[in-house]
Design a protein around this ligand. Structure first.
Ligand SMILES: [Zn+2]
Length: 283
């Protein structure tokens, strides 16, 4: 389901572009005095893109489930008379692409709503913590270092400021993009637990995942248990969980490629795997 993974990745990209614009509007020397404004901008950009990520995940979950089971599940966005045609239309709208269509016959309904409500307090806390960590604390440290930077000449100072801004942007965009996509990831993860029809999920990676994500993907399906382990996303990670509703599912080609790679690797520590993986994917 590449369209889903790409659309979630695009939402993180939209957030990053909006955030980069907000950062670019502030001079490096004014950062410390602009933290309140920047935090409001950061929070608003994450909130909007995370909401879109959730809508996309609900549409995706409902569509994948209906394709596998021939039944439509309730919850937000459900409309009476829903058909494969209307579920494809909802999914196409959420991705902004026309990926598929289906017949208009209404499907039988499972009225359960497995989708979690938005937890605004928890999300606000996560955004605040991330901003403090990625922006406020780093700006404070940078201000302290600037006081000791009198020895630098003008060109060095400009380069030093630019380097800091670049690293600030990369770090805060990656961490914020994770929060954006966690909006949708939480929807899928929670829905799986609360939906008796769901068997588990597999990991759909982006086109160049890190060694950790490639390893997770190489393992194929994760069948759900009472305590299905956390998904294990990280900043700059665009992996998504694709839910499974029957034993007849098809893993993406990359997952098979990572399994073969893991087999050829033959075992060892995670650090060894990392070295092997980066060598193998570079050639
Ligand atoms: Zn990943």
């Amino acid at each position: 389901m590449a369209a889903y993974q790409l659309a979630q990745q695009a939402l993180a990209g939209e957030f990053a572009a909006r955030w980069a614009e907000a950062l670019a509007a502030v001079e490096a020397r004014d950062l410390a005095d602009s933290l309140t404004v920047l935090e409001a901008e950061y929070a608003a950009a994450i909130r909007e893109s995370a909401a879109a990520s959730r809508v996309l995940s609900v549409a995706f979950y409902r569509l994948v489930r209906a394709l596998a089971t021939g039944r439509v599940i309730g919850g937000p966005g459900y409309r009476p008379g829903a058909s494969l045609g209307s579920l494809w239309a909802d999914f196409n709208r959420a991705t902004g692409k026309r990926t598929g269509t289906g017949p208009r016959e209404p499907l039988p309904v499972d009225t359960r709503n497995p989708f979690p409500a938005e937890d605004i307090a928890r999300e606000t806390d996560r955004v605040e913590e991330t901003f403090r960590h990625q922006v406020a604390d780093r700006v404070a440290k940078h201000e302290r270092e600037r006081k000791g930077s009198a020895a630098l000449d003008d060109a060095e100072l400009v380069a030093w400021e630019r380097e800091f801004l670049e690293s600030l942007k990369t770090g805060s965009a990656g961490a914020g993009g994770m929060l954006v996509q966690d909006g949708g990831r939480d929807v899928i993860h929670t829905a799986l637990q609360d939906d008796p029809g769901a068997l588990g999920y597999y990991r759909k990676t982006d086109s160049s995942p890190c060694h950790f994500c490639a390893l997770m993907a190489s393992r194929g399906a994760v069948y759900k248990s009472k305590r299905t382990a956390a998904f294990g996303a990280h900043p700059h990670c665009h992996c998504q969980a694709v839910p499974i509703f029957s034993r007849r599912y098809q893993l993406p080609a990359e997952n098979g490629r990572f399994s073969r790679m893991w087999r050829d690797f033959g075992g060892g520590s995670l650090a060894d795997w990392r070295t092997y993986y980066s060598k193998t994917t570079k050639t």
